[in-house]
Design a protein around this ligand. Sequence first.
Ligand SMILES: Cc1cc2nc3c(=O)[nH]c(=O)nc-3n(C[C@H](O)[C@H](O)[C@H](O)COP(=O)(O)OP(=O)(O)OC[C@H]3O[C@@H](n4cnc5c(N)ncnc54)[C@H](O)[C@@H]3O)c2cc1C
Length: 409
Amino acid sequence: MTPQTTGPARYVIIGNGVAGTTAADTLRKGDPQCRIDIVGDEPYPLYNRVALPNVLKGKTAPERTIIRQIAWHAQNRVELHLETTVTRVDTERKVVTTSDGRDFVYDKLLIATGGRPNPLRAEGVDGVKGIYNFQTLDDTKAIVARTEAARAAVTVGGSFIAYELTEGFRHRNIPTHWLVRGPRFLHRIVDEDGGALVDQLAREVGVETHYGESVVSVEKTGGEVSAVMTTSGKRLECNLVGVGVGLTLRTEFLRSTPVKVNVGVVTNEYLETSVPDVYAAGDVAEFFDPYVGTHNQMGTWNSASAHGRTSAQNMLGARQAFDEVPYYTSTMFESQMAAIGSTPDVRPDMEAISRVDMNARVYRRLFFYEGRLAGAVLVGDIRVRRQLMDVIRGRQVVPPEERAQLAAV
Ligand SMILES: Cc1cc2nc3c(=O)[nH]c(=O)nc-3n(C[C@H](O)[C@H](O)[C@H](O)COP(=O)(O)OP(=O)(O)OC[C@H]3O[C@@H](n4cnc5c(N)ncnc54)[C@H](O)[C@@H]3O)c2cc1C
């Protein structure tokens, strides 16, 4: 074990996304003397991932997404090491090692590494140009450059990322086929009615939707994608493919440590991992969620930011449980959509109640756990989001007659 220093505390943060950067900010405010090193493998200081769909649409300039300038780090004495990958952690000696051979000794360590998007797996896909994931600012710049010459696009996936790609392409007037492997968009949380409404919204703006379909093989011309073959044997010509088929959380550098990893880095409600002085926050944390009494993993900006704050406060000596209702709002073609709190992908035993009005294009589905509202998904009119978040926070049992009222559209 590295002896505890008598000097200022040394904090090392892996990942300079919103979780890691919020943690650095909180640590600096709570301990003016401490040393903070933050290691990130992208070339940028914190930028707003939530704004990337607007960059894709051409509504926001790439540089406008940067929300923490390099100068902020210098002013706050946060040592930022960009384009640097953490390859190893030794929790016995309390040392983090990077790809360029540097060692960072820590007293407390935060893992805030998010996830890496899964690539498209299909025959003939290797090395073919024109196929993109959508996770980083660099991905977005590359896709935008490609859209200039795009004649037709295919998007793959039933998640928000696949939706954002589809909407970005159609916003640029690129004819787009959207392949969803499941029976509908977000099929684990949206029922048939909700799926039908999303489908209607997509088709109204000219998107061709295909369910139960994925890409089985890719055709190329001169090294560039020229068509894809789908599961059911359709051949779709395209010179742009957008892929949103989930993330693999980035934990590879923990392999030789006793830090417990399941899908993500497992933590308790204080965001402490199974190893003392090691914490996890943001997308990569599989944290104990008191709202649903089980471990949970989120992919929302507000929960990543709140995780960063809570983990840092606990690293500073507080004992604060994570207690925030996550939410994700986005456009849904010409409409809007929100997902709030916890959904049945986390606890399949939740009760669900839903209402739809196809004419008004409004859909609401609420999820109850042990009689309490735990989450919701809304399409169309999402103004009720704040009220529902308050009900979730209140943790009161909602009687059956009031449940129907809350769900009414
Ligand atoms: C296109 C897009 C749109 C989105 N839209 C919304 C939205 O509308 N609403 C919403 O709530 N959420 C949205 N999200 C999700 C939201 O952006 C994420 O939940 C949030 O950014 C997660 O923050 P994080 O800090 O946990 O991880 P990340 O932002 O992923 O940051 C982790 C950082 O760590 C780096 N890293 C990983 N491993 C290492 C390593 N070994 N060494 C060094 N660095 C490493 C990564 O490269 C990355 O820079 C969207 C995401 C995307 C991609």
